[in-house]
Unconditional design. Structure first.
Length: 136
């Protein structure tokens, strides 16, 4: 990207130099009724170019600066959020009073009847779903 920017500035400089060489004539610019400025055409063009370029460049830099500040702020908040989640205890380690912990998969597999009824694995096993005890 730097090479494109450099090429653009070189082309602008070349255009200004060519314009200056072919238009080196004095010009009278009337600022007020009694104030007249006598200058060369290239100086007038360069000043007009800078009067248009500098405010837009300053505006661009200020917007870029504020957006980079916002990006840094968001990145820092994400980083601190990730670090705080990384260091907070898991829910399995800390159970709140009055809340029942979910049974582990190993404990749940002990309650399941492993013998299917007459070879069919999709038939109900005869257990009460509310208590988990056999309904016999």
């Amino acid at each position: 990207m730097q090479i494109v920017r450099t090429i653009a500035w070189v082309l602008i400089l070349f255009a200004i130099l060519a314009f200056s060489f072919f238009n080196w004539e004095p010009v009278e610019v009337t600022l007020w009724d009694n104030l007249v400025l006598e200058t060369k055409v290239p100086a007038l063009v360069i000043v007009a170019f800078l009067l248009g370029l500098v405010p837009m460049w300053l505006y661009h830099r200020s917007v870029k600066w504020s957006l980079q500040r916002r990006i840094r702020s968001l990145e820092n908040s994400i980083k601190s959020n990730a670090l705080s989640r990384r260091h907070e205890p898991h829910q399995e380690d800390e159970s709140a009073p009055g809340s029942a912990a979910a049974p582990s998969p190993a404990a749940a597999s002990k309650n399941v009847d492993s013998t299917p009824a007459s070879g069919d694995t999709l038939t109900p096993t005869g257990r009460d779903p509310a208590s988990g005890n056999p309904s016999e």
